[in-house]
Each structure stands twice: as structure tokens, then as C-alpha cells.
Design a protein around this ligand. Structure first.
Ligand code: MLT
Length: 394
């Protein structure tokens, strides 16, 4: 038996595990430390009432013979597919067929699993810095990776140019980790590039609900031509606090035909073999989130998180520290003060402020010297963290 030796090309551990371990080690040696976690983008507010009620009702249905449900539909129950279709139409003016939507347990899983349908001979274009899942999963498969440099000179919104070539392009907007969001014109440039290079864009829209500027699209399908070159991944995790209940969806337009083969049919073939669907109770909760009332409730939570990012922006403005993100994103991507390296800044904040963030270097070479803070925390705890940072750096 031989192992997949591509794993030897990965860092020994996943970024957010590293951070959790370092934090736990510090806490073990400093049991009195009052640690505030602003590292991983995990939500802190409870599910909205619409979702809770729908899940309670669904749980009761599961306890009655006549309304009990066994295996869920592999691609999602009709009521949720219709709710997602309606959400796209209502909120983004985008038309998708319910047949093009596949419900899954989350966008992280989907951006990783989608690789099953692509040859390992493809070349992949990945922005640097980037959500580590895009990179790690392609390393695991042994695909050739080329980096797209995302940096201060392009405001962390790199655009295509003719020196680039690749078959699979990852884009995430609003971006994790930088918080930067593409405008319509910028996204159109990527769509044109993909169309002219016979490439496919894997578009991660997990943070779409945070878009506040009209110039920034929430779905790549708002861009003309995208149906011929893009797959979109979205999630209830950040939209509706489903990090613990797990539900997401992927949209693959019927027009995506490569080598005379529909990518949608490949994905459905893959899913029906390897996945047995999302639990009925969870799908009921997710569908309730997307109703007009559900979205109204969820937006109150998003506004709460926006208060955190607004407070962060105020603090870093006061400290004269340069940052990106915040406006259309729950993340602030700041330049480490005094040219510090990002892991040194991590250690400084952990030991002097008992605040945990994410070192930019963990997202790629271009992330060195930067640091990500999450706005998904409790408002008072976030204020306290900012007060400690201001006292240290002010
Ligand atoms: C992050 O902190 O980057 C995200 O929470 C990770 C994820 O969504 O998997």
C-alpha cells in the first residue's frame, strides 16, 4: 500500500488548528488569562427565531410515523431549492433553475469536493493570500498551482492579465482573508478572461450577505457571461450562523459544458455516490432563513457583526494602522505595526493583550506582515479586545 505522497507537500497542520493549539498551550500555561478569540471566523450569535421554529417543527415531524423522513434528497429538498431560487431572484435579481442548485453540508466541503470532477492535469490559479482550503486541496491532488499576486498595489483585488494562464480559477468576494470585494467591472474582467481561456471560475460567495456597496455584486451570476464559466459556492454559516448546523449550496449552470460534458451532471454523479444529503431538520431551518422574515432577522445579526467591524475600523484609524476590508466583510485585514512579521504580531497580541487573531502568513506568502481579525465576536468582548490593543499600541 502506498499513501498519497502529495500530503508530504502540505504544511504539517491546518492553519486554524495551529492557532487553536497555540492558544490552548498559552491558556494552559496562563490559566488566568482572559483570552478573546478573534481568529477563526466563527459566529457567536444564536440562530434566528425563524430557523429555530422551523427546526423545532421539523424535529416533531421526525417523531411521527406519518411525517417521518428517511434519507434526504441527494441534491436538496424541493422546498429548500425553491427558497434558494427565490432568494437569488429577490436579493440579487439572478435567475437560477432549481435543478442547477445542489444543497450540501457547507461551502468548505464543496470547494474541496468539486475537485473530484476536474482532471489533475489542470493548472490552477489561486490568489495569494487565500483561504487555505483552495490551496491545500489542490496540493492533495497534485495539481499544478500558479499564484495570482494579491497585494497592496492592487488593493488585494488582483485582476487577470495576459501573462496568466490556467484552467481553474479561484475567486472569493468579499474576500477571505482580506475583506476586499470586487466591483462589477472587475468581476467582468475575470469572466471575460475565463471565457477566452476556456477556464472555469470557482467563485466562493460565502460572505455575500456582508456586501454593503451597490457597486459590488453578491453573486457572480450578476455578471453577463458568468453562466458559461462559473460555479458559485455559498453557505448558511456566515449568512445565518449555521457554522454548527452545517448547510450550504453550490450552483452549477446548465451552460457549463466542457469536453461535451455537463459539469452539473458530473457533480450530481459525484454527489449521489459520495453524499447522502443534508438532514431534513437542518434543511427546514435553512429554508426558513431565506424567507423574507428570516432574512430580516438574520440581517439584525449581520448588523451586530458590522458594529464590530466598524469599531475595529475606528480603532485602527485612531492608531494610524492601515487596513483593508470591514466595509463589505466581517474581516479586517491590517498591516502589522512597525513592519512586524505576522506570527510575531500574533504572539504579541496573545501574550500582551490576550487577543487571538489570524497571522496573514497562514494565508500565503503575500499575507506576511498582515493580520486578520474577525468581526464575528461578541460586541462587548470585541470592544474590550480593541481597548487592550489600543492601550498596547497607542
Ligand atoms: C475562516 O476563519 O477563515 C473561516 O471561518 C473558515 C471557514 O469558513 O471554514
Amino acid at each position: 500500500m502506498k499513501i498519497n505522497s502529495n500530503f508530504n507537500n502540505l504544511k504539517p497542520s491546518y492553519l486554524f488548528r495551529d492557532i487553536a493549539q497555540k492558544t490552548a498551550a498559552y491558556k494552559a500555561s496562563h490559566p488566568d488569562a482572559d483570552i478573546i478569540k478573534m481568529g477563526i471566523g466563527d459566529v457567536t450569535l444564536p440562530l434566528c427565531q425563524a430557523a429555530v421554529t422551523a427546526m423545532e417543527n421539523a424535529a416533531r415531524e421526525m417523531g411521527v410515523k406519518e411525517t417521518f423522513h428517511g434519507y434526504p434528497e441527494a441534491y436538496g429538498e424541493d422546498f429548500l431549492l425553491l427558497a434558494i431560487q427565490d432568494y437569488y431572484k429577490r436579493e440579487m435579481g439572478v435567475t437560477v433553475d432549481t435543478n442547477e442548485i445542489c444543497v450540501t453540508s457547507g461551502a468548505k466541503e464543496d470547494v474541496a469536493n468539486i475537485l473530484d470532477i476536474f482532471s489533475t492535469d489542470n493548472t490552477v490559479l489561486i490568489p495569494d493570500p487565500v483561504y487555505p482550503v483552495y490551496y491545500d486541496t489542490n496540493v492533495m491532488d497534485g495539481r499544478k498551482i500558479k499564484f495570482i499576486s494579491s497585494n497592496e498595489s492592487n488593493s488585494f483585488l488582483p485582476l487577470p492579465d495576459e501573462s496568466m494562464s490556467g484552467d481553474i480559477i479561484y475567486l472569493c468576494s468579499p474576500n477571505n482573508p482580506t475583506g476586499a470585494a470586487y466591483t462589477r467591472e472587475q468581476l467582468k474582467a475575470w469572466v471575460n478572461f475565463a471565457l477566452s481561456h476556456n477556464a472555469v471560475i470557482l467563485y466562493d460567495a460565502a460572505y455575500e450577505i456582508f456586501v454593503s456597496e451597490k457597486s459590488c455584486p453578491r453573486s457572480i451570476f450578476e455578471i453577463e457571461g458568468a453562466r458559461k464559466c462559473a460555479i458559485e459556492f455559498c453557505s448558511f454559516s456566515k449568512t445565518a450562523g449555521f457554522t454548527g448546523t452545517r448547510c450550504g449550496y453550490t450552483v452549477i449552470p446548465a451552460e457549463l459544458i466542457f469536453e461535451n460534458t455537463s459539469l452539473l451532471s458530473l457533480w450530481k454523479r459525484r454527489q449521489s455516490t459520495k453524499f447522502n444529503g443534508v438532514a431534513y431538520i437542518i434543511q427546514r431551518g435553512a429554508a426558513a432563513v431565506l424567507t423574507e422574515e428570516g432574512i430580516k432577522q438574520v440581517r439584525q445579526n449581520i448588523d451586530y457583526y458590522r458594529t464590530n467591524t466598524a469599531n475595529m475600523m475606528k480603532t485602527f484609524d485612531k492608531l494610524n494602522i492601515k487596513y483593508y476590508g470591514g466595509k463589505n466583510s466581517p474581516y479586517i485585514w491590517l498591516k502589522c505595526p512597525n513592519d512586524m512579521k505576522s506570527w510575531d504580531f500574533f504572539d504579541l497580541l496573545l501574550t500582551k493583550c490576550n487577543v487571538v487573531g489570524t497571522p496573514g502568513e497562514g494565508f500565503g506568502v503575500n499575507g506576511e506582515g498582515y493580520f486578520r481579525l474577525s468581526g464575528f465576536g461578541d460586541i462587548d468582548r470585541t470592544r474590550e479586545a480593541l481597548h487592550r490593543i489600543e492601550t498596547l499600541l497607542g
